[in-house]
Design a protein around this ligand. Structure first.
Ligand code: ZN
Length: 281
């Protein structure tokens, strides 16, 4: 395994850690592919009943990589989540549409469908693409210093590619979250039903371990069927169809940005996005 994602087995628990702390665990495709491999390892191991996803360093994840030296949006990569063809030699809106369909939306959907329960253990920043990794987990436990934001409306884009906003927050709160684009505290996220539980920072790992061990006592197949049942209910409520439809709006926005501004993210960069999140709401 590369060191972009670390894997550790402890009894029935697989601890999977995002490991780009120097870049607040910003997600390039290399990291996402390592994450997919780590999840695959946990699925293949019969001793593992539950997977925990966490981030090394001060933050869970600052989102997709929009400006580190390891940014790899133009690089070819082998498809694992979808049957899409290579994106790197494609013109116009096609390249981003194809790349994000696999690397962002496709991988997150694939991870949501994994048969074993997953818990996101969130501390610090969980921003934009960071939400995608947390939302496609089954449970989210956060520390009281955690905060959540999807500020991509500032880029002219209607939310991140995995468009679960209206389902995980409800339509009213989702609009507030997106229109204002600021930070949502862990306490507010819990109140809105977006996360399961908030605990003090120094109790986070213990609280997650306690839940994971309890889940580990359940029968594997029972857990898999229960997860499928709830996901099916969510899809019947429109989650999957909404994501498919909004993915088109998302790429209308990328294409519009390319035509009307400096680049496909509306000329925004790490500095401007960070500045927009500086103040607490
Ligand atoms: Zn996008």
């Amino acid at each position: 395994m590369s060191e972009l994602v670390l894997y550790e087995a402890e009894g029935p628990i697989a601890w999977v850690s995002l490991n780009r702390p120097e870049y607040r665990n910003a997600q390039n495709v290399a990291l996402l592919r390592e994450l997919d491999a780590a999840y695959g390892r946990a699925m293949a191991d019969d001793a593992i009943k539950v997977v925990v996803l966490r981030g090394n360093g001060k933050h869970f994840s600052a989102g997709h990589d929009i400006g580190t030296p390891g940014r790899d949006i133009d690089k070819a990569f082998e498809r694992v989540a979808t049957p899409w063809y290579p994106h790197d030699n494609k013109p116009g809106a096609e390249a981003a549409y194809v790349r994000e369909a696999d690397a962002y939306l496709g991988l997150c959907r694939r991870w949501r469908d994994m048969p074993k329960p997953t818990i996101a253990m969130v501390h610090g920043a969980c921003i934009a693409g960071g939400l995608m990794l947390a939302w496609c987990c089954d449970l989210i436990v956060a520390s009281d210093d955690a905060f959540f934001a999807d500020p991509v409306v500032r880029m002219g884009i209607p939310g991140v590619e995995y468009f679960a906003h209206a389902h995980v927050l409800g339509p009213r709160k989702a609009k507030e979250f997106l229109f204002l684009g600021g930070r949502m505290s862990a306490a507010d996220a819990e109140r809105a039903g977006m996360i399961n539980r908030v605990v003090p920072r120094d109790e986070l790992e213990g609280a997650v371990r306690e839940w994971a061990l309890k889940i580990g006592e359940m029968p594997r197949f029972g857990l898999a069927l229960t997860k499928q049942a709830i996901n099916m209910a969510e899809d019947r409520m429109g989650l999957r169809d909404t994501m498919d439809g909004v993915y088109g709006l998302h790429h209308l926005a990328h294409a519009h940005n390319t035509l009307a501004s400096a680049d496909y993210i509306g000329g925004q960069d790490v500095k401007s996005m960070k500045a927009s999140l500086k103040e607490e709401k």
